[in-house]
Design a protein around this ligand. Structure first.
Ligand code: BV8
Length: 264
């Protein structure tokens, strides 16, 4: 069997910065899950090309057509059942073990960082695997959702309220604790990586800006330019499933060559 091709080597400046970093923060978006087969939002084949976000990812849309919105999230959970973390998610879990303080701030709702083994994950936009009743806020089990009669929305068995996914819709505030923890991580980061995000959605997109303003070395891992490309110190162009393993490999060899390897 042929050897896997070596991951592309990242720029040395970024590796040196990481090797000397106490605190590293990463903001991830849908792009890191693209190689797991999960559609992004704004790419040509993305979710928003087929659906209008205001039609499905707002409370107004949910209240006006709850069964349609519930079906859309059930469809996305079904895609997730076939998907698993990719080499990009796994590389971030490796990075976490090699730096003293590591925070993975994700806009994704797919749980793949946790499945890849990353321990310190901040979910800014919630998690599609969790659902709850809009009235009594009781967490809803999978079986409640399965009872989705054709055209009838799933309802809470206790109070009859509508069941919604535990994600942040447009116009909804992000979970306060998550946002405060993410801002603290951005403010204290020596190195901040923006991975697989178009940086189009706020307030998450403000985190790399905060980090850079507070002196972090800011690198962007993406296949394309984004709203913050002009701002970053370094662009690592390519699919995260290839560029992040290359970064983890390079940091690992830098650590093994240095007299006092970083890490916990
Ligand atoms: C709020 C739902 C206030 C969950 C989502 C300031 C300025 C401008 C606008 C606003 C602002 N403040 C608020 C707004 C309004 C709005 C907003 O930002 N609108 C934008 C569109 C203009 N923000 C909000 O409404 C937020 N709420 O601010 O509330 C408030 C305060 C108090 C009280 C009440 C209210 C809520 C934002 C969250 C919305 N929810 N999704 C779900 O169904 O999933 S947004 C959606 O976009 C996802 O959460 C996603 O995470 C997020 C960001 O998208 P990306 O992850 O970046 O994905 P995208 O497809 O855009 O890009 C993919 C990238 O990957 C691309 O760059 C591509 O090149 C790259 N890529 C592809 N393949 C790869 C790759 N990179 C590497 N490797 C690859 N293989």
């Amino acid at each position: 069997m042929s050897e896997p091709s070596p991951s592309p080597r990242p720029p040395t400046e970024l590796v040196e910065r990481l090797a000397g970093a106490d605190s590293v923060a990463v903001l991830t978006g849908a792009g890191i899950s693209a190689e797991s087969g999960i559609p992004t939002f704004r790419d040509e084949d993305g979710l928003w090309q087929q659906y209008d976000p205001s039609e499905l990812a707002t409370m107004e849309a949910f209240l006006s057509q709850p069964d349609v919105v519930q079906d859309w999230y059930a469809h996305r959970r079904a895609i997730l059942e076939e998907a698993g973390p990719n080499d990009g998610h796994r590389a971030l879990a490796r990075l976490e073990a090699m730096v003293p303080s590591f925070t993975c701030i994700t806009q994704n709702v797919d749980n793949l960082h946790q499945e890849a083994g990353t321990e310190h994950v901040i979910e800014l936009h919630g998690n599609i695997q969790r659902n709850y009743c809009v009235d009594c806020e009781e967490e809803a089990s999978e079986s409640v959702l399965e009872r989705l009669e054709e055209g009838e929305p799933a309802r809470c068995p206790d109070c009859g309220g509508l069941i919604r996914p535990d994600v942040v819709w447009f116009g909804e505030a992000l979970p306060r604790e998550a946002m405060e923890a993410a801002q603290a991580a951005a403010r204290s980061a020596d190195v901040f990586l923006s991975v697989g995000t178009s940086a189009a959605v706020h307030p998450a997109a403000g985190l790399p800006v905060t980090a850079r303003r507070r002196g972090a070395y800011l690198a962007e891992f993406n296949v394309d330019t984004t709203e913050i490309t002009d701002l970053v110190d370094e662009v690592v162009r390519g699919p995260a499933g290839e560029t992040l393993p290359g970064l983890a490999d390079a940091l690992e060899s830098a650590d093994s060559e240095s007299p006092n390897p970083s890490g916990r």
